[in-house]
Design a protein around this ligand. Structure first.
Ligand SMILES: Cc1cc2nc3c(=O)[nH]c(=O)nc-3n(C[C@H](O)[C@H](O)[C@H](O)COP(=O)(O)OP(=O)(O)OC[C@H]3O[C@@H](n4cnc5c(N)ncnc54)[C@H](O)[C@@H]3O)c2cc1C
Length: 291
């Protein structure tokens, strides 16, 4: 099928895009990479009367190191982030997670901002953003707001973005030098959305005691979630295989998995346990220099 008819605008600044959003209200949709929106329009699941194509707003396509954060513009293509030497050095978990997003032609068009605003709870970028406590910057008629992941992702395919707001940037803390990390996911085929995804970061003190653990899960709740009770199992303790197994169990208890076409709730929950434990082991090995 082809999409229903729509009016098309291609602003060249964020301010113009916000003006257009204000003028057209909920009849309008931003078009970024089009990799989620256009299929939805073709299936007529989405029928915007106005498309505001932001691809000419080159100012929001960048990857920069600013202090101890990476600033990534919303229009930056997923493939550019995946291949960026800066991202690979400062935030390798993000580059690695991106390699699981669809296939390279999709990542070549798809943008970081589009994935965040689409807010699929199985998507890789939102899960990593949640694990790292990154912040998103949005611009609207009354100025700029910065939001934590828990404030931004409200539920399945829904964010707290107001109708006339546009996402312009995500700011991601760089990983501590000696942190170990991992991104693992369960899919039926490579490139599918995750049935369960687990992002983990571990920091160890001398002697192998865990100073900080961060664990986020995708695919097991209406938004990506932090497994904070699992993190607490690890923090301040000497890491062992038994402790990582226990953290996996705690993470599984935190899920709100539902049964769907891809798997039963019970299977998802059990796979959350397995994939958190597996991811922690990888992160632990990386901490010890076994990349
Ligand atoms: C075959 C296929 C497989 C895929 N597999 C995966 C996968 O495994 N994992 C995964 O995470 N994704 C997957 N995707 C989706 C892909 O990552 C999309 O690129 C992404 O979800 C949306 O990014 P986009 O730039 O294409 O956004 P668009 O499709 O252009 O827009 C998506 C939504 O975000 C809004 N939007 C976009 N940018 C902004 C902005 N800056 N401010 C405000 N609103 C904005 C749009 O209005 C729309 O509602 C797949 C897509 C396809 C076609």
């Amino acid at each position: 099928m082809k999409p229903a008819t729509f009016d098309y605008f291609a602003p060249s600044t964020v301010a113009e895009a916000v003006d257009l959003l204000q003028q057209h209200g909920d009849k309008a949709k931003i078009l970024a990479g089009g990799q989620s929106l256009v299929p939805m329009m073709n299936f007529r699941v989405a029928r915007p009367e106005v498309l505001i194509d932001i691809n000419r707003i080159k100012k929001i396509a960048y990857i920069r190191e600013e202090g101890d954060e990476l600033a990534i513009g919303a229009l930056t293509r997923q493939r550019d982030v995946e291949l960026s030497p800066l991202v690979r050095e400062k935030c390798p978990i993000l580059a690695d997670a991106l390699s699981f997003v669809g296939h390279s032609p999709i990542r070549t068009r798809g943008t970081v901002g589009g994935s965040l605003v689409h807010a699929d709870p199985s998507a890789e970028i939102p899960t990593v953003i949640c694990c790292l406590d990154a912040r998103v910057k949005v611009v609207g008629p009354s100025g700029e707001r910065t939001l934590q992941p828990e404030e931004f992702f409200l539920t399945y395919l829904t964010t707290s973005l107001e109708p006339a707001e546009i996402l312009v940037e995500v700011r991601i803390p760089v990983l501590p030098l000696k942190a170990g990390w991992s991104f693992v996911e369960l899919t039926r085929r490579h490139g599918d959305f995750a049935i369960v995804a687990a992002a983990s970061v571990l920091s160890l003190k001398d002697g192998g005691v865990c100073s900080e653990a961060r664990i986020a899960l995708g695919g097991v709740a209406p938004t990506p979630i932090r497994a904070r009770e699992a993190e607490e199992v690890l923090a301040g303790e000497t890491i062992t295989l038994a402790l990582m197994e226990k953290a996996g169990q705690k993470a599984a208890e935190a899920t709100e998995a539902e049964s769907d076409y891809h798997s039963s709730a019970e299977y998802r929950r059990d796979m959350a346990r397995v994939f958190v434990r597996r991811g922690l082991e990888q992160a632990w090995n990386r901490c010890k220099g076994g990349r």
